[in-house]
Design a protein around this ligand. Structure first.
Ligand SMILES: [Zn+2]
Length: 547
C-alpha cells in the first residue's frame, strides 16, 4: 500500500491511496478498511481507551508488524513514513472536546507526518469535515451503518428520523430505492467528496466553521484546537490565493489571523517617520484600490505612515496590504465591533505602538475602530489626535486630515523593505531598488536586475536568485550533493530553517546548485518525512566549481 499526499491545508490533506489490489482511492476517503487491512480481523492491543494511563498502555503493546499501526496518545509508536496508522477508539474523543485536542497533539507529535491516518468507527456526514480538519484521512462505514441499524437518517446537518428518507431532502440512489443504509453511506461519501474539494481550495477551515454550527461539541473542539495556536499555526500554509472568510466569532482565533498580528508586531519594521495615521479598512482588497483609500492617500499625501485598523487582523501597515490574509479576507461589515473583538484588536494595536513609538498619531476613524484606537492609546498612555469622529471619507474629515498634516515632510515610500521584514524576518538594505509595473503586479529591480516580484495570487514577495542576495539569513533549504531535476523531495533535504512554513519562498542551496522555490511543507517536516515534495522549484542554477 502506498499513499501520496497532494494538497495540504493545515492538518488536512488530499492524496491518493494505492492499495495493492483494486483502484486507487482519493483521500480523505471512506473505504472497506477490513478488506484493506486483513490484520484488523484480530485487533489485539488496539482497544485500549484513549484516556488509559501510560502504565496500562505499556502493558498491552500492539503485536509487532500488524497493519495499520495502532497509535495511542500515551505510547511511542513504531510507525514510519508511508505507514497507515489507526487511532483506535477515536469516536469516543467527541465526548470530551478538551481531550480531543490534547490527544490529537500527542498523537501528531509522536507519528511521522507522511502517514495515512485512519479513524475507525468514527465518520458521519456530520463530523467528516472536522475529522479531516484534524488530520484524519481514512474512514470506514461502521458509524453510519450503526445509525442505519438505529433507523437514523444522516445528513451533514445532523441526524433526522428515518422517515426523512421519503421527504425529498435527498435524491441519492439509496433514497430513490427506500434504502436507509445506502443513503447513509452515500451521504458520507458525498460529504467527503465535498471536503476534498474544500481542502484542494485551501478552505477547509471555512467549511468546518460552517458545519460545526449545528453541533456544539464541534464548536468546542474547534475552540480547543485554536487555543493550541502554536500547534495549529505550524501546519498552516503561510499564504493562499483564495478568500479567507472571517465570518464567525471563531475567526478572531484562527491561527493564521493570530500569526499575521504576531508578525506585524514582532517582525515588521516600519519606515522611519514620526507621524502615523490610523485609517479604516475597505471592503475592496487591496485597500489601495478602493475609492475611500484613494481619498485618504490623497489627503495624507505621503506625509505619514498609514496604518489600517481592521477586524479580525488588527492592524495592517500600508506596505502589507497585498499580503495574505490582509489582501484576502472577507468580513460582514456592520460597523459594530463586539466587546471581545474590541479588546483583542486594541491589544494588538497597543503592543504595536509600544514597540514602535511615533511622535504624532492621528486617528482618522469612526465607530468600533475609533473606540479600539482610544482603548489602545489608554493602554499605552499615549495621546491621540483626532481628524474626525464620523464619515472618514467625507470632505470635512479629509480636509481636517490634510490640515493636521500641514508642515509634515513626505516620508520615503519603501514598501519593499516593510514586506521583506514581515515575510523573511530580516532588516534589509533596499537602497537603490526601484518598483515598476501596475499595482498590485509590481516588480522590484536594482541597476536593471530584477530582484523581486509580487505574487498577485498570495500578495507575497517572490525573490529571484539576485533578490536572495539581499536577504541575509533564514528561509534556506540545504540539499545533498545532487542536481535536482524538478522538485526537491523530502529525502534530499539535509537541513531546513524551522521558521519555514508550507507556501514560504525559500532559497535552495547545495554543493553544486542554488535554486529558488516555494516550500510545500514546514521546514522541520522536510527532515521528518521520507516521502513527498519538500520544495516546488522555480529555478535552479548550477554553481561553476573552480578546478
Ligand atoms: Zn439519500
Amino acid at each position: 500500500m502506498k499513499a501520496d499526499f497532494r494538497k495540504r491545508d493545515g492538518l488536512a490533506r488530499t492524496g491518493i491511496l494505492d492499495p495493492e489490489s483494486g483502484a486507487p482511492i482519493p483521500l480523505p476517503a471512506v473505504a472497506d478498511c477490513a478488506g484493506l487491512f486483513p490484520d484488523l480481523a484480530s485487533p489485539a492491543g488496539s482497544n485500549l481507551p484513549l484516556c488509559a494511563p501510560a502504565e496500562l498502555v505499556r502493558k498491552f503493546p500492539p503485536p509487532a508488524g500488524t497493519r495499520p499501526v495502532t497509535i495511542h496518545p500515551q505510547m511511542e509508536n513504531p510507525a514510519q513514513s508511508g505507514d497507515c496508522v489507526m487511532a483506535a477508539g477515536w469516536h469516543t474523543a467527541f465526548a470530551n472536546p478538551r481531550s480531543y485536542a490534547g490527544w490529537l497533539i500527542a498523537l501528531k507529535e509522536r507519528t511521522p507526518p507522511d502517514t495515512v491516518w485512519y479513524a475507525p468507527a468514527s465518520a458521519l456526514p456530520l463530523n467528516a469535515a472536522i475529522l479531516c480538519y484534524s488530520g484524519f484521512d481514512l474512514f470506514d462505514y461502521t458509524a453510519v451503518d450503526l445509525k442505519s441499524a438505529q433507523g437514523i437518517f444522516c445528513t451533514p446537518e445532523g441526524d433526522l428520523t428515518g422517515d426523512a428518507l421519503k421527504s425529498g431532502i435527498c435524491s441519492c440512489p439509496g433514497c430513490a430505492a427506500g434504502d436507509l443504509k445506502e443513503h447513509n453511506r452515500h451521504a458520507l461519501r458525498q460529504e467527503l467528496a465535498l471536503v476534498r474539494r474544500f481542502i484542494a481550495n485551501g478552505q477547509i477551515r471555512d467549511l468546518v466553521e460552517s458545519r460545526c454550527r449545528l453541533d456544539a461539541v464541534q464548536v468546542a473542539i474547534l475552540r480547543h484546537l485554536d487555543n493550541h495556536s502554536g500547534f495549529m499555526e505550524h501546519a498552516l500554509p503561510v499564504a493562499r490565493s483564495g478568500v479567507m472568510r472571517a465570518t464567525s466569532g471563531e475567526s478572531l482565533q484562527r491561527a493564521e489571523v493570530r500569526r499575521f498580528a504576531e508578525r506585524v508586531i514582532e517582525r515588521y519594521i516600519p519606515p522611519k517617520t514620526g507621524v502615523a495615521v490610523l485609517i479604516p479598512c475597505s471592503a475592496k482588497k487591496p485597500y489601495s484600490l478602493s475609492q475611500s483609500h484613494r481619498k485618504f492617500q490623497q489627503a495624507i499625501g505621503g506625509r505619514a505612515h498609514e496604518l489600517i485598523v481592521t477586524s479580525p487582523l488588527g492592524l495592517v501597515p500600508r506596505e502589507l496590504e497585498t499580503v495574505y490574509p490582509a489582501g484576502h479576507y472577507d468580513v460582514p461589515v456592520t460597523g459594530y465591533w463586539d466587546a471581545e473583538e474590541r479588546a483583542i484588536i486594541a491589544g494588538i494595536l497597543a503592543r504595536y505602538l509600544r514597540r514602535h513609538p511615533y511622535r504624532r498619531i492621528i486617528a482618522h476613524l469612526e465607530g468600533g475602530a475609533l473606540e479600539v484606537a482610544r482603548m489602545a492609546a489608554e493602554q499605552c498612555g499615549i495621546c491621540l489626535e483626532y481628524s474626525c469622529t464620523e464619515n472618514p471619507a467625507g470632505s470635512t474629515a479629509l480636509n481636517a486630515l490634510d490640515a493636521a498634516l500641514a508642515g509634515e515632510r513626505r516620508i520615503k515610500d519603501d514598501r519593499l523593505h516593510g514586506m521583506l521584514s514581515y515575510q523573511f524576518n530580516c532588516d534589509t538594505d533596499t537602497r537603490g531598488t526601484t518598483p515598476r509595473g501596475h499595482f498590485p503586479e509590481v516588480f522590484y529591480s536594482r541597476n536593471h536586475v530584477q530582484l523581486f516580484s509580487i505574487d498577485t495570487g498570495t500578495g507575497m514577495l517572490r525573490p529571484t536568485l539576485d533578490g536572495w542576495k539581499i536577504i541575509p539569513a533564514g528561509y534556506r533549504v540545504q540539499i545533498d550533493d545532487f542536481i535536482p531535476e524538478g522538485d526537491i523531495l523530502a529525502p534530499g533535504v539535509v537541513s531546513a530553517d524551522p521558521a519555514i512554513r508550507d507556501g514560504d519562498e525559500v532559497l535552495v542551496t547545495g554543493p553544486r546548485i542554488l535554486g529558488t522555490g516555494r516550500a510545500a511543507m514546514p521546514g522541520d517536516e522536510m527532515l521528518r518525512c521520507r516521502r513527498g515534495i519538500a520544495v516546488r522549484v522555480r529555478k535552479i542554477k548550477k554553481i561553476e566549481i573552480q578546478p
